[in-house]
Write a protein that binds this ligand. Structure first.
Ligand SMILES: [Zn+2]
Length: 168
């Protein structure tokens, strides 16, 4: 059975940084990716590269950042006064707020977002609110483990059910 709309696909892959070769993520037979194909749940170009493949087929392709999680946008960086991070005693906790730390924040509208600290000086903490993979060209390689017909429920819900899919 070939991968096309309304099929549930199970696959394993290695995701690495296409430019540096550094591994970012790996799934395997015991923890595969399972998804309903063609409903836009994954990066569109990722799905396009899998079209018509079948069980046992290997894949190896890359997706440039702009077509994956987007380019790194300097507008999504912010300088935040250190006093925002002060504890009740007016102290800045350097242990907690170090470069590289991920800190839960909320914007003016109360939306939760996670920022990564990229710089700390006397007055400001520079934070990056881009997606962690923004600006990264992604390289995927792996193998299709299973392709099956989606059930009516899965099509109605817009996602795969069963092991490694939605459990409900
Ligand atoms: Zn469901």
């Amino acid at each position: 059975m070939q991968i096309s709309a309304n099929k549930v696909v199970m696959l394993k892959y290695k995701l690495s940084n296409h430019s540096t070769g550094e591994q970012i993520e790996e799934t395997n037979e015991t923890n595969p990716l399972v998804f309903l194909y063609g409903v836009g749940s994954l990066i569109p170009e990722f799905e396009e590269n899998l079209a018509n493949k079948t069980t046992g087929d290997a894949f190896d392709f890359h997706i440039i950042a702009a077509n994956a999680y987007g380019d790194h946008d300097p507008q999504h960086m912010a300088m935040i006064p250190t006093n925002i991070f002060h504890d009740e005693e007016g102290k800045f906790d350097e242990q907690m707020f170090h470069v590289g730390a991920l800190v839960p924040m909320s914007d003016n509208e109360g939306n939760q977002l996670r920022g990564k600290i990229v710089e700390v000086d006397e007055e400001n903490v520079k934070m990056d609110f881009n997606h962690p993979l923004a600006g990264t060209d992604l390289h995927f390689s792996g193998e299709v483990l299973e392709v099956r017909e989606a059930t009516e429920d899965e099509i109605a819900h817009g996602h795969a059910h069963g092991p490694n899919g939605h459990q409900h």
